[in-house]
Design a protein around this ligand. Sequence first.
Ligand SMILES: [Ca+2]
Length: 706
Amino acid sequence: MITGRNHHSVGFGVISEQSTGFPGYNSIIAKDKATIGRILLDNGYATSWFGKDHNTPAFEASAIGPFDQWPTGLGFEYFYGFVGGDANQWEPNLFRNTTQIYPFLGKPVGTWNLVTAMADDAIDWMNRLNQVDPSKPFFCYYVPGATHAPHHPTKEWVDKIHDLHLFDKGWNAVREQIFENQKRLGVIPANTQIEPWPTNVIKNWEDCTPQEQKLYIKQVEVFAAFEAYNDHEIGRVIQAVEDMGKLDNTLIIYINGDNGTSAEGGPLGTPNEVAFFNGVSVPVDVQMKWYDVWGTEATYNHMSAGWSWAFDTPFTWFKQNASRLGGIRQNMCVSWPGHIKDQGALREQFMHVIDVVPTLLEVSGIPAPETVDGIPQKPIEGTSFAYTFDAKNAKAPSKHTTQYFEMFGQWALYHNGWMLSTEVNRAPWEAFGAANPDPLNNQILQLYNLDQDFSQSQDLAGKYPDKVKELKKMFIAEGKKYQVFPMDASVAARIVAPRPNITAGRTEFVYTKPMIGLPQGDSPFLLDSSYTITAEIEVPEGGAEGMILTSGGRFAGYGFYLLKGKPVFLWNLIDLKRIKWEGPDALTPGKHTLEFDFKYDGLGVATLAFNNMSGLGRGGVGTLKVDGKEVARQTMEHTLPMILQWDESFDIGSDTLTGVNDEDYQPPFPLTAKLDKLTIKVDRPKLTPEDIKKLEAGMQQAADTK
Ligand SMILES: [Ca+2]
């Protein structure tokens, strides 16, 4: 979107949290592919970015930078938003430029929300600019967390949507209604086919129990409220442009979606998306515990994939399924009242998000730069769609004739109306299996003629085998051109793959000062390992309390703290279970050494190299010691295999955003003892030659049975 190049070309074949060392997947936007922010900035524009920044490598997202891959380093002079894939909208990990800010602190719960705050901030920025220098052209990249999970609308919008009863008839009926509406509005061809409900993936609505139906309606109403709320706030931002008298000459491109609709809630939805990314599906009766507070600060919620399927009508599948239109096709609206005379009209030319940047360059009369900072620039890969603004080109053939797609080893190639697609072999929630070792060849290929088959429903591969061969060859050529290879079909395994970061190769971490805000990707990774955390503290007269060390938060994480003077170590297992080690006595005044030691009983992430997840999420024994004496010991049957709550940080001496156990304390819960030294030692399991032999044999066996 922001470079006019394909995602692999700029290191984003996969999100940064899953990045690997290959150029197409390293999550680094190279300097020879400057962003639209940088190009416009160099041509006299004021540039800004609001909302989600998922382009800073997870391993460069800390307060010590480097900042060249932050919005302000990528050519956007001003940034207000969060860094990462998503964020708690009630208490986000929020930054102004590169400084973390906490504007919600001290405000009553439910009164501050990022969706409104970012609109306010964007309006402020535009007004400030307009008052100081009304002649200055501006560029605003506005990317809300909505409607990615967590769905966090205000209560006002939840009530408004609930009163409409839009979803009471269930997802089959909603899908049919959407399809009829699309035909009536003329936004899809009259002959579009709709495929039967995919009962092998998602149950028919009538087969859901009353309790399931009740929960799913709540989930989708909150999702819809989040959408409507965000839409309203974007309306305020656009109104501000109109109020400045600049609407006629402001080009607004509005793309609504999340690739396709996200199914990362799984078939049941979830009160906690962090559970999904640790491979846990929460049963419906357990989810009901959050029914009344769905969408509030108590949930990190997502909806059932049944709704996601309905919202991708007339297409099939979801976000993450890069070979299906349900995973790659979104609507787009363009407004430029002073220039586009054909208002309200429809355009059906094939386009891709990489076309946005060349379109902006064409209409602003700015050529793509040959060099930036002395670095020769690689060509823009998209194709301007400015020609479609003219009514006489309404039916002109698309100028964007060829486009590849790839994500997690599912791939497709579009060429002049034809589309070659891999058959979907994995729903987005099936992220934890062994990966296809040869995703280029080891797949069933399907062929579609999208000019006659809008919804990609008639597979013509058997009829035109030569076309299949031709398009596969084109896919390989495009893949080579844009750094797609080596293609990687692994999903969850890549979350815990080793990557170059601040902590790589380190096994001992020492801290002597309080510190907050270190992101997950830059902090010591304790999962799937043994570790020892030692805190040397001085307790004042009268005793002490507060947070020594925490990482994560309400939806998954750990905390090492003093509660009414007693030492506590606590693991919050995705808000479903909390395991607590607690000393029996309050600490006496004076110096103490507290230690939490965990012995992990598994082979660790090294098994991933053998396409095997068995080393992850295993149990172990935790021991809490005070001044060398054991005070609590218990076994954890399971540990988190993958990830803590990603929008929460690693904090020493207090706790930012949400806490790991609301029953014990409320953040910031500052430590009132003096922290002399905190040491973390991590002991990663090492494979023995015998382990390796077994894992190799397992991998061979899996390959043989394929
Ligand atoms: Ca926290």
